[in-house]
Design a protein around this ligand. Structure first.
Ligand code: ADP
Ligand code: MG
Length: 700
């Protein structure tokens, strides 16, 4: 092998220091390797030539054969532009240059056939192409070119500095000439033959210079598979290493806390899904390895009791447990819930949040360290260094995607040897996304709601039907039910949101006058104590209506509330709408969710509203959300590294992802250290990827 792919890009023929600089800053291309991995955005059919009369407004790049019949210079605000008249047998158009005009005039021949290429704009009654790529027709016919022309990602700066698609294509060609198009194979022979994949060299050649549609498709498949395969390999390997290296605390016995609770105090029969998930957790906790498990379940599927019973397993084995939630309200709710569940068990439970007093904190710190305190619940205040456990055996994180991976690992360090970790998500995550983002975790799913739940009826109503909606609310209150009315909260315009909320509140108060009706209001600007007071009034049934911003989004549990009104529903994301709807339908009564909007709705808003009225299935909603917003937005920027794929797309390439995971698993099952000769290429590639951090830099 002669050419090292780590060679800096400026050494490639046709690049040089200036262009190298541009490539580095604009496209992140530092080496030969980076350039090969610059995959085209799309392809252009180079066998297709347009005539001028065929041009259409808003067309993409076109290729035309014709002649320049004359030049003129046109003065403009600053300097001048060079305009050429370009003709074919069907008409005439203009070619325009704003820079490099002298060079164009000196080198372009008049009245000689050229093949020009570029994006035609409709301007002042004619078509014009700014800075077209031009090639003498005689040259064009000689050059060997595939019929599908790769169109590479570009930036304004690149095209301004003359690094056109043609230039990129040329240097790509040079790279293939220099390397003779031979690249080290990165997958194993057996994978290639079993999946009938193109070799690495064939795939790279055909992604850049596709011979035909079929080879292009095969090249894409091979490269997508490879990209996803190595991510999965990495995640699964991480999980395996984890299990073999990181000793957990084996919770050997199921003891009296668990058994007493299970036999005597269970408030309801567990659903089969809850039982199955508890068994999975029990298995992890009983083994020698540290548990790292994701618990997914739709809103209301009953994750809390699963969390609680898992904690009992820790307590039974002499360990402490903690539960961390993203907001104060939710922590309090969990605290109250667990106090109730444990009331016959004689367990010590405390709560630690931002508003805990110094005295409370001191007590908690003390009893945590001497082991008197068995369960600690709280917000991210739990992560503070001062919080030290005597022997933390299990840490549970609720509503995961509000916390980052970094926080997960911070919890680990709360002990000499990391505690078992259970991560619970309230919003279901589509399988493909879970596989990519949480691929290093084991996954349990509660896919069944407790019995007797009536699914929430959801409707969409326009604002001008508000009177009818209010009448409906009155009827429900008549029946003894409670109502939520939620206003959007979008941080950038906090003031406006606040105004919306207050206007809304006033109109609700007008229509539902005291003393017949009592109304609570909760929003982000209130002091925690006031919030609590208002929440408490609603929870205890003293108020019938809760007007709130999305602070009530997660976790809040008031079974008697049967109507959720969401104002300006078009401003909410799908997962938020689903979360909010999950606040009702918790009791035995039929519940309703009413989505209020104005008449002006974007296409996306319509899809969201239609999805909400069609289904209650959180997993289905999550799929739609992923399609609408893309993985980066669904998971938040924290995890965007994982999703920053070069060629694959986890929404569109679901089946490739599944097969990549399947094969990565199979290989690691038989050869966890990748030491078999047949896996040599995989090991080498894996090591190289880890070293050069291409796709691995997200690993915490
Ligand atoms: P989530 O998964 O959204 O956290 P919760 O744990 O808050 O759900 O449970 C929602 C409601 O369902 C709670 O009121 C809880 O007591 C109740 N619940 C949970 N499991 C069952 C079950 N197996 N049977 C009946 N009710 C249940
Ligand atoms: Mg919950």
């Amino acid at each position: 092998m002669s050419v090292n792919l780590q060679t800096p890009i400026e050494y490639l023929k046709g690049v040089g220091p200036n262009r190298a600089n541009l490539l580095r800053t604009e496209l992140g291309i530092h080496t030969y390797q980076d350039l090969i991995n610059l995959f085209p955005n799309r392809y252009l059919d180079r066998t297709k030539y347009y005539t001028i009369s065929e041009l259409q407004r808003n067309s993409a790049e076109v290729q035309i054969i014709g002649k320049i019949t004359g030049f003129k210079e046109v003065a403009q605000k600053r300097g001048k532009r060079l305009v050429a008249t370009f003709e074919d047998h069907t008409g005439r158009m203009e070619l325009v240059w704003f820079r490099g005009q002298k060079w164009i005039r000196d080198s372009i021949k008049i009245n000689t056939p050229y093949v020009i290429f570029g994006k035609a704009n409709w301007f002042n009654g004619t078509f014009s192409i700014p800075h077209p790529e031009m090639e003498l027709q005689s040259e064009h016919e000689k050059s060997l070119r595939s019929s599908m022309q790769a169109i590479y990602p570009s930036t304004e700066k690149l095209s301004n500095k003359g690094v056109s698609n043609r230039v990129l294509t040329n240097i790509m060609q040079n790279l293939f000439l220099e390397t003779k198009g031979r690249f080290i194979e990165t997958l194993s022979e057996s994978l290639i033959s079993e999946l009938k994949l193109l070799s690495k060299s064939e795939a790279l050649f055909n992604i850049h210079f596709p011979k035909d549609q079929e080879l292009l498709a095969k090249a894409e498949f091979r490269l997508k598979f490879e990209e996803l395969f190595y991510i999965q390999l990495q995640l699964i390997l991480k999980n395996l290493i984890h299990k073999s290296k990181i000793k957990g605390f084996p919770f050997e016995s199921v003891g009296s806390y668990f058994n007493t609770f299970y036999n005597d105090h269970l408030p309801f029969d567990l659903t089969n899904a809850q039982k199955r998930v508890l068994k999975e957790i029990r298995q992890d906790l009983g083994s020698n390895a540290q548990m790292n498990r994701l618990l997914q379940g739709d809103v209301g599927s009953g994750k809390t009791i699963v969390a609680f019973m898992s904690m009992l397993m820790a307590l039974d084995n002499g360990f402490q447990a903690c539960l961390m939630a993203p907001t104060e309200i939710l922590s309090v709710q969990h605290y109250n819930g667990l106090i109730e569940l444990s009331n016959k068990l004689n367990i010590s439970i405390s709560i630690l949040t931002g508003s805990s007093t110094t005295l409370e904190r001191r007590k908690i710190h003390e009893s945590l360290e001497n082991g008197d305190l068995q369960i600690l619940i709280g917000t991210h205040a739990l992560l503070e260094d001062k919080v030290k456990f005597k022997n933390l055996g299990l840490a549970i994180i609720d509503e995961q995607h509000r916390f980052g991976v970094a926080q997960r690992s911070k919890l680990w360090k709360k002990n000499t040897s990391p505690p078992h970790i259970l991560v619970m998500t309230a919003t279901p995550i589509p399988r493909t996304l879970a596989m990519s983002v949480y691929g290093d975790l084991d996954i349990s799913i509660i896919d069944e709601l407790p019995p007797g739940r009536k699914s929430v009826k959801t409707v969409h109503r326009y604002d001008n039907n508000r009177l009818k909606v209010f009448r409906f609310i009155r009827d429900e209150i008549e029946k003894g039910r409670q109502i939520y009315i939620v206003y959007p909260l979008i941080q950038e315009s906090e003031k406006l949101d606040y105004k919306d909320l207050m206007d809304g509140y006033e109109s609700v108060v007008r229509d539902f006058p005291q003393p017949k009706y009592q109304i609570s209001i909760v929003h982000g600007k209130m002091k925690p104590a006031d919030k609590d007071y208002e929440m408490q009034r609603f929870i205890s049934g003293q108020t019938q209506i809760m007007v709130a911003t999305t602070v009530i989004e997660v976790g809040v549990n008031v079974p008697n509330a049967s109507v959720m009104i969401i104002e300006s529903a078009e401003r909410f994301g799908l997962s938020q709408l689903h979360q909010l709807r999950g606040r009702v339908g918790r009791g035995a009564e039929q519940s309703y969710c009413i989505l209020m909007t104005g008449h002006k709705l974007s296409h996306e808003s319509k899809v969201r509203l239609e999805t909400m009225t069609r289904t209650n299935d959180g997993f289905e909603i999550a799929e739609v959300d992923l399609r609408l917003r893309g993985p980066g937005d669904v998971m938040g920027t924290q995890q965007s590294g994982v999703l920053n794929l070069k060629i694959a797309n986890i929404v569109k390439d679901k089946s490739i992802l599944q097969s990549a995971r399947f094969y990565a698993k199979r290989i690691l099952q038989s050869d966890p250290s990748l030491s078999f000769p047949e896996n040599k290429a995989i090991l080498r590639t894996y090591r190289q990827l880890s070293k050069y951090k291409n796709i691995w830099n997200y690993i915490s």
